[in-house]
Design a protein around this ligand. Structure first.
Ligand code: MN
Length: 502
């Protein structure tokens, strides 16, 4: 995926000098066995690097400073094989800036009933070593994931997998740059936000550009490159005859291809991982970028319409979380409802820009008028989304904090939409239409979302923990009274937790 840098996870085992060299040698050997197994057998998305067993405050502090300074370290897995007095973790963990996960496991799965003695118990005592660790993590108010189970369990691997995916997305955001052509679409509230607060909370920055900066790059793209890309469109998609070479509107396809090549060049130059534009600021371009934006998303860039930089970053994050899976993640907008009782559905789409990674079949390339923006007809990819379970996620700036809102949904079969000139998805919400939408509206959820068939609520929960932001989930277990109470409780918690830095 574009712009994805190498990320490694450090596996850290805590102990102490009390046990003597013989026991510590056993700890070393068993730690090596676990990390070797996790690296080779667990199918995890990130490389695990074993660190020396941490036995003192100085060693823990050194470890945390090294982790902070290593650009490839995306996070730490902590495990206390033996007891590790937790005061020795205070100085290090207090300055750790990387996310960490606490794996509560034990080397041996079964108790050796016939042979167990005190030596065995002194070695295999994560049952209380990890409690001591958990206390200091809680005492220091450190956000982290806790995973419980034997290290050979596939369920444990799945929990680590989700956390690693979140860690990779978090790593990707740090120092990340997003590009915003023009400003916010006029007077829209939810797409606005505090970019300073966002950089403090999330580590990415948003840089504004005039669309003419892109137009300058477009004019420098060679005609031969443009023609070659347009020809590629004809091989990849079902292109409308009028848009094909020799067709009346082929010029529009060429213009779209020129936009895509210019966007690619512009982002390579600026090191951007995503972008937003707005139909209200299109001076110098003939049409709103449609297929160009769609294909940029398919290449891994974050995208959202109308200046919505928060959703740009979120789409990028979900794409990174899903890296190596099916790749099906898109910008989405909750557009229109099917409100038949008992069969309620949401039709999601956008005026052009839905990512073809979520397409069920080969997309069509079409050209149709766009009622807003006052520009020429834009070229776009048209398709129906695939069927299956997905998440719809929205990031809002609540003033004193960011809120990540998630709804678990399922895309469903539906009648054909022969007159719809854009890509779309139709889904049902969990737990049901009314509860989901009542909750979404109460939480102030946006109409723009990041929509993914790869990403799970667990990954987003881990991601919110790393970011230290509020998470609100609407799923099969959601009830209105509890959800309302959670929002009110969160209001108090986040007001206090963030203090004066918000
Ligand atoms: Mn929109």
């Amino acid at each position: 995926m574009l712009g994805l840098k190498p990320v490694k996870i450090w596996f850290v085992c805590g102990s102490q000098h009390l046990y003597g060299p013989e026991t510590l040698a056993q700890v070393d050997a068993q730690l090596a066995k676990i990390t070797d197994y996790l690296s080779k057998e667990a199918g995890l998305p990130l490389e695990i690097v074993t660190q020396p067993v941490a036995k003192s405050s100085a060693e823990v502090t050194d470890l945390c400073i090294r982790a902070n300074a290593d650009p490839e370290c995306g996070g730490l897995i902590l495990w206390m094989h033996t007891f590790s007095p937790a005061k020795m973790w205070i100085r290090g963990l207090s300055q750790l800036t990387k996310p960490f996960m606490h794996l509560h496991t034990q080397f041996a799965r079964e108790l050796p009933w016939d042979t167990i003695d005190m030596d065995y118990m002194n070695l295999n005592q994560s049952a209380h070593g990890d409690r001591e660790a958990g206390f200091i993590h809680s005492r220091l108010r450190l956000g982290r994931k806790v995973v419980v189970g034997h290290w050979t369990d596939t369920d444990v691997h799945a929990r680590i997998d989700a956390w690693m995916r979140a860690a990779r997305a978090w790593h990707d955001w740090q120092g990340g740059r997003f590009c915003r052509f023009g400003d916010n679409m006029r007077e829209v509230a939810v797409t606005e936000g505090d970019k300073v607060a966002a950089e403090m909370a999330f580590g990415f920055s948003v840089s504004g550009y005039g669309i003419m900066d892109l137009v300058d790059v477009m004019s420098g793209i060679a005609d031969s490159d443009v023609a070659a890309l347009a020809a590629e469109y004809e091989t990849l998609y079902d292109v409308m005859p009028v848009l094909k070479k020799g067709g009346d509107k082929h010029h529009s396809l060429l213009h779209a291809a020129r936009q895509e090549l210019a966007l690619k060049a512009f982002f390579a130059e600026g090191g951007f991982k995503g972008f937003t534009d707005t139909f209200e600021d299109l001076h110098g371009v003939e049409q709103l970028p449609g297929i160009a934006s769609q294909r940029m998303m398919a290449a891994g860039f974050g995208f959202a319409g109308e200046g919505d930089w928060k959703t740009v970053a979120l789409v990028r994050a979900l794409k990174v979380m899903g890296h190596g899976l099916s790749g099906a993640t898109s910008f989405m907008e909750d557009y229109t409802y099917h409100m038949v009782p008992g069969a309620e559905q949401v039709l999601g789409s956008h005026m052009l820009e839905v990512c073809p990674t979520i397409a069920a079949d080969k997309p069509k390339v079409e050209i149709h008028p766009l009622g807003i923006g006052g520009k020429a007809d834009p070229v776009r990819l048209v398709f129906d989304a695939r069927l299956g379970d997905a998440v719809s996620a929205s990031l809002m700036d609540m003033g004193n904090r960011f809120r990540l809102l998630v709804n678990e949904v399922t895309t469903v079969e539906h009648p054909a939409l022969p007159n719809l000139p854009v890509a779309s998805a139709v889904w049902e919400c969990k737990p049901d239409f009314k509860t989901a939408l009542q909750s979404w509206i109460l939480a102030g959820g946006a109409h723009h979302t990041a929509f993914s068939f790869d990403v799970t609520t667990e990954m987003l929960e881990d991601f919110a923990t790393m970011a230290g932001i509020e998470l609100a989930v609407i799923n099969a277990d959601t009830t209105i009274p509890q959800f309302k109470q959670d929002l009110m409780t969160n209001e108090v918690y986040w007001h206090i937790a963030k203090g004066f830095r918000a």
